[in-house]
Design a binder for this molecule. Structure first.
Ligand SMILES: Cc1cc2nc3c(=O)[nH]c(=O)nc-3n(C[C@H](O)[C@H](O)[C@H](O)COP(=O)(O)OP(=O)(O)OC[C@H]3O[C@@H](n4cnc5c(N)ncnc54)[C@H](O)[C@@H]3O)c2cc1C
Length: 454
Protein backbone atom coordinates (compact mmCIF):
# COMPACT_ATOMS: atom_id res chain seq x y z
CA UNK A 1 0.00 0.00 0.00
CA UNK A 2 1.61 3.35 -0.95
CA UNK A 3 1.75 5.88 1.86
CA UNK A 4 1.61 9.66 1.44
CA UNK A 5 4.87 11.49 1.16
CA UNK A 6 5.74 14.73 2.88
CA UNK A 7 7.25 17.49 0.76
CA UNK A 8 9.09 20.05 2.86
CA UNK A 9 9.19 23.45 1.09
CA UNK A 10 12.22 25.57 1.99
CA UNK A 11 13.98 27.74 -0.56
CA UNK A 12 11.99 26.24 -3.45
CA UNK A 13 8.59 27.90 -3.22
CA UNK A 14 7.48 26.84 -6.70
CA UNK A 15 5.75 23.92 -8.40
CA UNK A 16 7.42 23.97 -11.85
CA UNK A 17 10.90 22.52 -12.30
CA UNK A 18 11.05 21.24 -8.75
CA UNK A 19 12.66 17.79 -9.02
CA UNK A 20 12.36 17.07 -5.29
CA UNK A 21 8.61 17.75 -5.43
CA UNK A 22 8.27 15.60 -8.56
CA UNK A 23 10.08 12.75 -6.77
CA UNK A 24 7.79 13.09 -3.73
CA UNK A 25 4.70 12.95 -5.94
CA UNK A 26 5.96 9.92 -7.88
CA UNK A 27 6.78 8.03 -4.68
CA UNK A 28 3.37 8.68 -3.15
CA UNK A 29 1.38 6.90 -5.86
CA UNK A 30 -2.33 7.41 -5.15
CA UNK A 31 -1.78 8.30 -1.50
CA UNK A 32 -1.09 11.98 -2.19
CA UNK A 33 1.50 14.44 -0.95
CA UNK A 34 1.49 16.59 2.14
CA UNK A 35 3.24 19.93 1.48
CA UNK A 36 4.66 21.59 4.58
CA UNK A 37 6.55 24.74 5.43
CA UNK A 38 8.20 24.82 8.84
CA UNK A 39 8.63 28.24 10.41
CA UNK A 40 11.96 27.58 12.09
CA UNK A 41 12.47 30.01 15.01
CA UNK A 42 16.23 30.04 14.38
CA UNK A 43 15.89 31.31 10.82
CA UNK A 44 12.78 33.38 11.46
CA UNK A 45 14.51 35.16 14.34
CA UNK A 46 17.50 36.07 12.16
CA UNK A 47 15.51 37.58 9.28
CA UNK A 48 14.49 41.22 9.06
CA UNK A 49 10.82 42.21 8.61
CA UNK A 50 11.17 42.77 4.84
CA UNK A 51 12.38 39.25 4.14
CA UNK A 52 9.87 37.72 6.55
CA UNK A 53 6.99 39.67 5.00
CA UNK A 54 8.06 38.62 1.49
CA UNK A 55 8.28 35.02 2.68
CA UNK A 56 4.74 35.19 4.08
CA UNK A 57 3.52 36.72 0.80
CA UNK A 58 5.29 33.95 -1.13
CA UNK A 59 3.64 31.30 1.06
CA UNK A 60 0.23 32.89 0.46
CA UNK A 61 0.83 32.69 -3.31
CA UNK A 62 2.10 29.10 -3.06
CA UNK A 63 -0.84 28.09 -0.85
CA UNK A 64 -3.26 29.47 -3.45
CA UNK A 65 -1.60 27.31 -6.11
CA UNK A 66 -2.03 24.25 -3.88
CA UNK A 67 -5.72 24.70 -3.07
CA UNK A 68 -4.91 26.18 0.34
CA UNK A 69 -3.41 22.87 1.48
CA UNK A 70 0.13 23.77 2.52
CA UNK A 71 0.58 22.70 6.13
CA UNK A 72 2.33 25.27 8.30
CA UNK A 73 4.23 24.16 11.38
CA UNK A 74 6.18 26.38 13.74
CA UNK A 75 9.02 24.95 15.76
CA UNK A 76 12.22 22.97 15.57
CA UNK A 77 12.17 21.23 12.16
CA UNK A 78 13.34 17.81 13.46
CA UNK A 79 10.47 17.64 15.94
CA UNK A 80 7.83 19.13 13.65
CA UNK A 81 8.63 16.95 10.65
CA UNK A 82 8.80 13.77 12.67
CA UNK A 83 5.46 14.49 14.28
CA UNK A 84 3.89 15.36 10.89
CA UNK A 85 5.32 12.25 9.18
CA UNK A 86 4.01 10.06 12.02
CA UNK A 87 0.57 11.67 11.99
CA UNK A 88 0.05 11.30 8.22
CA UNK A 89 1.76 7.90 8.03
CA UNK A 90 4.55 9.02 5.68
CA UNK A 91 7.74 6.95 5.34
CA UNK A 92 9.75 9.70 3.74
CA UNK A 93 10.14 13.46 3.76
CA UNK A 94 11.40 14.99 0.50
CA UNK A 95 13.20 18.32 0.23
CA UNK A 96 15.65 20.23 -1.94
CA UNK A 97 19.22 20.12 -0.59
CA UNK A 98 20.50 23.11 1.32
CA UNK A 99 24.18 24.03 1.46
CA UNK A 100 24.29 26.79 4.05
CA UNK A 101 26.08 26.10 7.36
CA UNK A 102 22.89 26.11 9.45
CA UNK A 103 20.81 24.31 6.83
CA UNK A 104 23.21 21.38 6.74
CA UNK A 105 23.21 20.99 10.51
CA UNK A 106 19.42 21.27 10.59
CA UNK A 107 19.06 18.64 7.85
CA UNK A 108 21.37 16.24 9.69
CA UNK A 109 19.18 16.63 12.78
CA UNK A 110 15.99 16.05 10.77
CA UNK A 111 17.45 12.96 9.05
CA UNK A 112 18.55 11.54 12.42
CA UNK A 113 15.13 12.15 14.04
CA UNK A 114 13.30 10.53 11.12
CA UNK A 115 15.73 7.59 11.02
CA UNK A 116 14.99 6.77 14.66
CA UNK A 117 11.45 5.92 13.62
CA UNK A 118 12.52 4.11 10.44
CA UNK A 119 11.74 7.09 8.21
CA UNK A 120 13.94 8.89 5.74
CA UNK A 121 14.84 12.45 4.68
CA UNK A 122 15.43 12.36 0.91
CA UNK A 123 17.35 15.40 -0.33
CA UNK A 124 17.21 15.97 -4.06
CA UNK A 125 18.47 18.69 -6.42
CA UNK A 126 19.67 22.09 -5.16
CA UNK A 127 18.77 25.79 -5.51
CA UNK A 128 21.54 26.06 -8.11
CA UNK A 129 22.02 25.02 -11.75
CA UNK A 130 25.15 23.11 -10.69
CA UNK A 131 25.13 21.59 -7.23
CA UNK A 132 27.75 23.20 -4.92
CA UNK A 133 30.78 20.96 -4.51
CA UNK A 134 30.44 19.45 -8.00
CA UNK A 135 33.08 21.46 -9.83
CA UNK A 136 36.74 20.97 -8.93
CA UNK A 137 39.96 22.35 -10.40
CA UNK A 138 42.44 20.09 -12.21
CA UNK A 139 44.12 19.66 -8.81
CA UNK A 140 40.88 18.32 -7.31
CA UNK A 141 40.23 21.35 -5.11
CA UNK A 142 37.28 23.77 -5.08
CA UNK A 143 37.62 26.88 -7.24
CA UNK A 144 38.84 30.09 -5.63
CA UNK A 145 38.64 32.29 -8.70
CA UNK A 146 35.48 33.15 -10.57
CA UNK A 147 36.51 33.08 -14.24
CA UNK A 148 37.73 29.44 -14.37
CA UNK A 149 34.69 28.47 -12.27
CA UNK A 150 32.43 30.16 -14.84
CA UNK A 151 34.13 28.24 -17.67
CA UNK A 152 33.82 24.92 -15.84
CA UNK A 153 30.20 25.70 -14.87
CA UNK A 154 29.19 26.41 -18.45
CA UNK A 155 30.89 23.32 -19.78
CA UNK A 156 29.31 21.15 -17.04
CA UNK A 157 25.82 22.35 -18.03
CA UNK A 158 22.47 21.59 -16.39
CA UNK A 159 19.32 19.67 -17.23
CA UNK A 160 16.33 21.19 -19.00
CA UNK A 161 13.60 22.45 -16.65
CA UNK A 162 10.73 20.07 -15.96
CA UNK A 163 7.00 20.90 -15.76
CA UNK A 164 5.00 21.03 -12.53
CA UNK A 165 3.74 17.59 -11.53
CA UNK A 166 0.03 16.95 -10.98
CA UNK A 167 -0.12 16.87 -7.20
CA UNK A 168 -2.88 15.42 -5.06
CA UNK A 169 -2.30 17.74 -2.09
CA UNK A 170 -3.33 16.34 1.28
CA UNK A 171 -3.39 18.39 4.43
CA UNK A 172 -4.81 15.64 6.67
CA UNK A 173 -6.54 18.21 8.86
CA UNK A 174 -3.25 19.86 9.90
CA UNK A 175 -3.07 23.63 10.35
CA UNK A 176 -2.48 25.74 7.27
CA UNK A 177 -2.42 29.01 9.18
CA UNK A 178 0.47 31.26 8.16
CA UNK A 179 2.72 33.10 10.60
CA UNK A 180 1.77 36.70 11.18
CA UNK A 181 3.16 38.99 8.46
CA UNK A 182 5.53 41.43 10.22
CA UNK A 183 4.91 45.11 9.70
CA UNK A 184 7.10 46.79 7.12
CA UNK A 185 6.55 50.14 5.45
CA UNK A 186 8.64 48.97 2.51
CA UNK A 187 6.67 48.33 -0.65
CA UNK A 188 7.69 44.76 -1.48
CA UNK A 189 7.69 43.15 -4.90
CA UNK A 190 4.61 41.04 -5.66
CA UNK A 191 5.26 37.46 -4.54
CA UNK A 192 4.69 34.13 -6.21
CA UNK A 193 5.60 32.11 -9.28
CA UNK A 194 3.20 33.98 -11.53
CA UNK A 195 4.67 37.40 -10.71
CA UNK A 196 8.22 36.08 -10.94
CA UNK A 197 7.49 34.97 -14.50
CA UNK A 198 5.99 38.34 -15.39
CA UNK A 199 9.30 39.85 -14.30
CA UNK A 200 11.28 37.28 -16.29
CA UNK A 201 9.21 37.99 -19.41
CA UNK A 202 9.60 41.74 -19.05
CA UNK A 203 13.37 41.41 -18.63
CA UNK A 204 14.13 38.74 -21.22
CA UNK A 205 11.69 40.18 -23.72
CA UNK A 206 13.30 43.55 -23.94
CA UNK A 207 15.85 44.66 -21.38
CA UNK A 208 18.31 41.77 -21.56
CA UNK A 209 19.64 43.01 -24.93
CA UNK A 210 20.94 46.14 -23.15
CA UNK A 211 21.93 44.34 -19.94
CA UNK A 212 25.68 44.43 -20.71
CA UNK A 213 25.70 48.23 -20.81
CA UNK A 214 22.71 49.16 -18.59
CA UNK A 215 23.42 46.88 -15.65
CA UNK A 216 25.96 49.23 -14.11
CA UNK A 217 23.73 52.30 -14.22
CA UNK A 218 21.58 52.54 -11.10
CA UNK A 219 19.42 55.32 -12.57
CA UNK A 220 18.21 52.97 -15.32
CA UNK A 221 16.02 49.88 -14.75
CA UNK A 222 18.71 47.78 -16.41
CA UNK A 223 18.81 44.66 -14.23
CA UNK A 224 16.25 41.88 -13.78
CA UNK A 225 15.37 42.50 -10.09
CA UNK A 226 14.84 38.75 -9.86
CA UNK A 227 17.00 38.32 -6.75
CA UNK A 228 14.11 38.00 -4.22
CA UNK A 229 12.55 35.25 -6.35
CA UNK A 230 15.86 33.44 -6.75
CA UNK A 231 16.42 33.73 -3.02
CA UNK A 232 13.18 31.86 -2.24
CA UNK A 233 13.31 29.58 -5.27
CA UNK A 234 10.11 31.00 -6.72
CA UNK A 235 12.08 30.50 -9.91
CA UNK A 236 15.09 28.25 -10.39
CA UNK A 237 18.18 29.50 -12.25
CA UNK A 238 17.81 26.51 -14.63
CA UNK A 239 14.54 28.01 -15.82
CA UNK A 240 16.26 31.31 -16.62
CA UNK A 241 19.29 29.67 -18.22
CA UNK A 242 17.02 27.64 -20.50
CA UNK A 243 15.60 30.91 -21.84
CA UNK A 244 18.96 32.57 -22.55
CA UNK A 245 20.39 32.72 -26.06
CA UNK A 246 23.99 33.04 -27.23
CA UNK A 247 24.25 36.85 -27.44
CA UNK A 248 26.98 38.70 -25.61
CA UNK A 249 24.43 40.47 -23.33
CA UNK A 250 22.82 37.14 -22.43
CA UNK A 251 26.25 35.73 -21.62
CA UNK A 252 26.85 38.63 -19.23
CA UNK A 253 23.53 37.81 -17.51
CA UNK A 254 24.53 34.11 -17.44
CA UNK A 255 27.77 35.10 -15.71
CA UNK A 256 25.87 37.08 -13.05
CA UNK A 257 23.74 34.03 -12.30
CA UNK A 258 27.01 32.14 -12.03
CA UNK A 259 28.34 34.55 -9.35
CA UNK A 260 25.47 33.37 -7.17
CA UNK A 261 26.52 29.77 -7.82
CA UNK A 262 30.20 30.52 -7.25
CA UNK A 263 29.56 32.06 -3.85
CA UNK A 264 27.32 29.15 -2.82
CA UNK A 265 30.10 26.78 -3.86
CA UNK A 266 32.68 28.73 -1.83
CA UNK A 267 30.44 28.83 1.25
CA UNK A 268 29.67 25.12 1.00
CA UNK A 269 33.41 24.41 1.05
CA UNK A 270 34.22 27.01 3.72
CA UNK A 271 31.17 27.47 5.99
CA UNK A 272 33.31 29.57 8.34
CA UNK A 273 33.45 32.33 5.70
CA UNK A 274 29.85 33.31 6.36
CA UNK A 275 31.25 35.49 9.12
CA UNK A 276 35.05 35.22 8.94
CA UNK A 277 37.59 36.35 6.36
CA UNK A 278 38.16 33.81 3.60
CA UNK A 279 41.82 34.90 3.53
CA UNK A 280 42.96 34.37 7.13
CA UNK A 281 45.76 36.94 6.78
CA UNK A 282 43.14 39.66 6.32
CA UNK A 283 41.34 38.86 9.58
CA UNK A 284 43.81 41.01 11.51
CA UNK A 285 43.10 44.14 9.41
CA UNK A 286 42.85 47.14 11.74
CA UNK A 287 39.26 48.39 11.98
CA UNK A 288 37.71 51.26 13.94
CA UNK A 289 35.28 50.80 16.80
CA UNK A 290 34.00 52.93 19.67
CA UNK A 291 31.66 55.94 19.82
CA UNK A 292 33.06 57.77 16.77
CA UNK A 293 32.86 54.65 14.62
CA UNK A 294 29.34 54.03 15.92
CA UNK A 295 28.31 57.55 14.92
CA UNK A 296 29.82 57.04 11.44
CA UNK A 297 28.03 53.69 11.14
CA UNK A 298 24.69 55.31 12.03
CA UNK A 299 25.25 58.06 9.45
CA UNK A 300 26.03 55.39 6.85
CA UNK A 301 22.90 53.36 7.72
CA UNK A 302 20.72 56.46 7.55
CA UNK A 303 22.11 57.77 4.27
CA UNK A 304 23.64 60.86 5.89
CA UNK A 305 27.31 60.61 4.93
CA UNK A 306 27.34 63.67 2.66
CA UNK A 307 28.44 61.50 -0.30
CA UNK A 308 25.32 61.45 -2.50
CA UNK A 309 25.87 58.08 -4.18
CA UNK A 310 26.40 56.39 -0.80
CA UNK A 311 23.38 58.10 0.72
CA UNK A 312 21.18 57.32 -2.29
CA UNK A 313 22.06 53.62 -2.02
CA UNK A 314 21.44 53.42 1.72
CA UNK A 315 18.12 55.23 1.33
CA UNK A 316 17.10 52.94 -1.52
CA UNK A 317 17.83 49.99 0.76
CA UNK A 318 15.78 51.45 3.62
CA UNK A 319 12.85 52.34 1.37
CA UNK A 320 12.68 49.26 -0.87
CA UNK A 321 14.66 46.42 0.76
CA UNK A 322 16.78 46.25 -2.40
CA UNK A 323 19.84 48.09 -3.70
CA UNK A 324 21.42 48.18 -7.13
CA UNK A 325 24.54 45.97 -7.40
CA UNK A 326 26.93 48.76 -8.45
CA UNK A 327 25.77 50.83 -5.47
CA UNK A 328 26.07 47.85 -3.10
CA UNK A 329 29.76 47.79 -4.05
CA UNK A 330 30.17 51.55 -3.58
CA UNK A 331 28.47 51.73 -0.16
CA UNK A 332 30.33 48.62 1.03
CA UNK A 333 33.67 50.08 -0.06
CA UNK A 334 32.82 53.36 1.68
CA UNK A 335 32.01 51.62 4.96
CA UNK A 336 35.14 49.49 4.95
CA UNK A 337 37.75 51.72 3.34
CA UNK A 338 36.55 55.25 4.08
CA UNK A 339 35.00 54.69 7.51
CA UNK A 340 37.29 51.72 8.40
CA UNK A 341 34.43 49.72 9.88
CA UNK A 342 34.48 45.93 9.89
CA UNK A 343 32.70 44.42 6.87
CA UNK A 344 30.66 42.07 9.06
CA UNK A 345 28.83 45.04 10.56
CA UNK A 346 27.75 46.23 7.13
CA UNK A 347 26.86 42.68 6.08
CA UNK A 348 24.58 42.34 9.12
CA UNK A 349 22.85 45.61 8.29
CA UNK A 350 22.29 44.41 4.71
CA UNK A 351 20.88 41.09 5.94
CA UNK A 352 18.50 42.95 8.24
CA UNK A 353 17.02 44.94 5.33
CA UNK A 354 17.49 43.07 2.05
CA UNK A 355 14.48 41.22 0.66
CA UNK A 356 16.98 39.12 -1.33
CA UNK A 357 19.34 38.69 1.68
CA UNK A 358 21.30 35.54 1.01
CA UNK A 359 24.14 34.45 3.27
CA UNK A 360 26.50 33.27 0.51
CA UNK A 361 26.02 36.19 -1.90
CA UNK A 362 25.96 38.76 0.87
CA UNK A 363 28.97 37.62 2.90
CA UNK A 364 31.06 37.04 -0.20
CA UNK A 365 29.86 40.23 -1.90
CA UNK A 366 31.10 42.08 1.18
CA UNK A 367 34.33 40.10 1.32
CA UNK A 368 35.02 40.83 -2.35
CA UNK A 369 34.80 44.55 -1.64
CA UNK A 370 36.66 44.36 1.69
CA UNK A 371 39.53 42.45 0.04
CA UNK A 372 39.19 39.60 2.53
CA UNK A 373 37.50 37.11 0.23
CA UNK A 374 38.20 34.70 -2.53
CA UNK A 375 38.84 36.29 -5.89
CA UNK A 376 38.87 39.61 -4.09
CA UNK A 377 39.46 42.91 -5.82
CA UNK A 378 43.02 43.97 -4.93
CA UNK A 379 43.00 45.93 -1.68
CA UNK A 380 44.42 49.04 -3.31
CA UNK A 381 41.42 49.25 -5.67
CA UNK A 382 39.35 51.58 -3.51
CA UNK A 383 36.10 52.88 -4.95
CA UNK A 384 36.08 56.67 -5.24
CA UNK A 385 32.44 57.58 -4.51
CA UNK A 386 32.55 60.72 -6.64
CA UNK A 387 34.21 59.15 -9.67
CA UNK A 388 31.86 56.16 -9.47
CA UNK A 389 28.87 58.45 -9.25
CA UNK A 390 29.95 60.56 -12.24
CA UNK A 391 30.70 57.46 -14.30
CA UNK A 392 27.61 55.35 -13.56
CA UNK A 393 24.99 58.02 -12.86
CA UNK A 394 26.25 60.83 -15.13
CA UNK A 395 23.00 62.80 -15.25
CA UNK A 396 22.31 62.21 -11.54
CA UNK A 397 18.98 60.42 -12.17
CA UNK A 398 19.58 57.96 -9.33
CA UNK A 399 20.79 60.69 -6.96
CA UNK A 400 17.80 62.90 -7.68
CA UNK A 401 15.43 59.98 -7.06
CA UNK A 402 16.81 59.17 -3.60
CA UNK A 403 18.35 62.38 -2.27
CA UNK A 404 15.73 65.11 -2.76
CA UNK A 405 17.77 67.70 -0.83
CA UNK A 406 20.23 67.90 -3.75
CA UNK A 407 17.83 67.19 -6.63
CA UNK A 408 17.97 70.81 -7.85
CA UNK A 409 21.76 70.84 -8.25
CA UNK A 410 23.28 70.80 -11.75
CA UNK A 411 25.10 67.69 -13.01
CA UNK A 412 28.37 69.56 -12.42
CA UNK A 413 27.98 69.54 -8.62
CA UNK A 414 25.32 66.99 -7.78
CA UNK A 415 27.95 64.27 -7.27
CA UNK A 416 29.89 66.50 -4.81
CA UNK A 417 27.50 69.12 -3.40
CA UNK A 418 30.16 70.56 -1.10
CA UNK A 419 31.78 72.13 -4.20
CA UNK A 420 28.86 74.55 -4.55
CA UNK A 421 29.97 78.08 -3.59
CA UNK A 422 27.60 78.06 -0.62
CA UNK A 423 28.41 74.48 0.36
CA UNK A 424 25.90 71.61 0.48
CA UNK A 425 22.22 72.68 0.28
CA UNK A 426 20.32 73.20 3.52
CA UNK A 427 19.35 69.91 5.13
CA UNK A 428 22.09 67.89 3.42
CA UNK A 429 25.26 67.13 5.42
CA UNK A 430 28.82 68.07 4.58
CA UNK A 431 30.99 65.00 3.81
CA UNK A 432 31.59 62.91 6.90
CA UNK A 433 35.21 62.27 5.89
CA UNK A 434 37.63 63.27 3.16
CA UNK A 435 37.87 60.33 0.75
CA UNK A 436 41.46 61.04 -0.30
CA UNK A 437 42.64 61.12 3.34
CA UNK A 438 40.77 57.95 4.31
CA UNK A 439 42.03 56.15 1.22
CA UNK A 440 45.62 56.80 2.31
CA UNK A 441 44.84 55.60 5.84
CA UNK A 442 43.38 52.37 4.44
CA UNK A 443 46.39 51.77 2.23
CA UNK A 444 48.79 52.42 5.13
CA UNK A 445 46.93 49.94 7.30
CA UNK A 446 47.09 47.38 4.51
CA UNK A 447 50.86 47.90 4.08
CA UNK A 448 51.37 47.43 7.83
CA UNK A 449 49.28 44.26 7.79
CA UNK A 450 51.24 42.88 4.83
CA UNK A 451 54.49 43.31 6.76
CA UNK A 452 53.15 40.94 9.44
CA UNK A 453 52.75 38.21 6.79
CA UNK A 454 56.43 38.19 5.88
C1 LIG B 1 28.08 43.92 -0.73
C2 LIG B 1 27.14 43.08 -1.57
C3 LIG B 1 26.14 42.34 -0.95
C4 LIG B 1 25.27 41.54 -1.73
N1 LIG B 1 24.28 40.83 -1.10
C5 LIG B 1 23.47 40.04 -1.83
C6 LIG B 1 22.45 39.27 -1.21
O1 LIG B 1 22.30 39.25 0.02
N2 LIG B 1 21.62 38.53 -2.00
C7 LIG B 1 21.75 38.51 -3.37
O2 LIG B 1 20.97 37.83 -4.04
N3 LIG B 1 22.73 39.20 -3.97
C8 LIG B 1 23.57 39.98 -3.26
N4 LIG B 1 24.54 40.71 -3.89
C9 LIG B 1 24.72 40.55 -5.33
C10 LIG B 1 23.93 41.53 -6.23
O3 LIG B 1 24.09 42.84 -5.78
C11 LIG B 1 22.43 41.20 -6.30
O4 LIG B 1 22.25 39.85 -6.59
C12 LIG B 1 21.77 42.02 -7.41
O5 LIG B 1 21.92 43.38 -7.17
C13 LIG B 1 20.30 41.65 -7.48
O6 LIG B 1 19.64 42.44 -8.41
P1 LIG B 1 19.10 41.82 -9.77
O7 LIG B 1 18.28 40.62 -9.49
O8 LIG B 1 18.46 42.93 -10.54
O9 LIG B 1 20.44 41.38 -10.47
P2 LIG B 1 20.76 41.02 -11.99
O10 LIG B 1 21.86 41.92 -12.43
O11 LIG B 1 19.54 41.00 -12.81
O12 LIG B 1 21.38 39.56 -11.89
C14 LIG B 1 20.56 38.38 -11.98
C15 LIG B 1 20.83 37.51 -10.78
O13 LIG B 1 22.19 37.09 -10.75
C16 LIG B 1 22.63 36.99 -9.39
N5 LIG B 1 23.72 37.97 -9.17
C17 LIG B 1 23.95 39.10 -9.85
N6 LIG B 1 25.07 39.70 -9.39
C18 LIG B 1 25.53 38.93 -8.39
C19 LIG B 1 26.67 39.01 -7.51
N7 LIG B 1 27.57 40.01 -7.59
N8 LIG B 1 26.82 38.05 -6.57
C20 LIG B 1 25.94 37.01 -6.48
N9 LIG B 1 24.86 36.88 -7.29
C21 LIG B 1 24.67 37.82 -8.24
C22 LIG B 1 21.44 37.34 -8.51
O14 LIG B 1 20.79 36.15 -8.16
C23 LIG B 1 20.59 38.19 -9.45
O15 LIG B 1 19.21 38.21 -9.12
C24 LIG B 1 25.43 41.50 -3.14
C25 LIG B 1 26.44 42.25 -3.74
C26 LIG B 1 27.29 43.03 -2.97
C27 LIG B 1 28.38 43.82 -3.65
Amino acid sequence: MPSPTVFWFRRDLRLADNPALTAAVQASGDAGTVGVFVVDPTLWGRSGPNRKAFLVDSLVALGAQCGGRIVIRTGEPARELLSLAVSVGADAVYATSDFGPYGRRRDDAVAAALAESGRELRLIDSPYAVRPGTLLTGGGTPYKVFTPFFRAWKSHGWPEPTPAPAVDWQSCGASTELPERPFTDVSLPPAGEHHAWDRVDAFLGDRVARYGSDRDHPGVPGTSQLSPYLKWGTIHPRQLLARLGPSQAEDVFRSELCWREFYADVLADRPDTARNAYRPGMAAMEVDSGPDADAFFTAWCEGQTGYPIVDAGMRQLAATGWMHNRVRMIVASFLVKDLHIDWTRGARHFMAHLVDGDLASNSHGWQWVAGTGTDASPYFRIFNPVTQSRKFDPDGAYLRAWVPEIAHLPNRSIHEPWTEKTGPPAGYPAPLVDHSVERTISLDRYQRLKQTWA
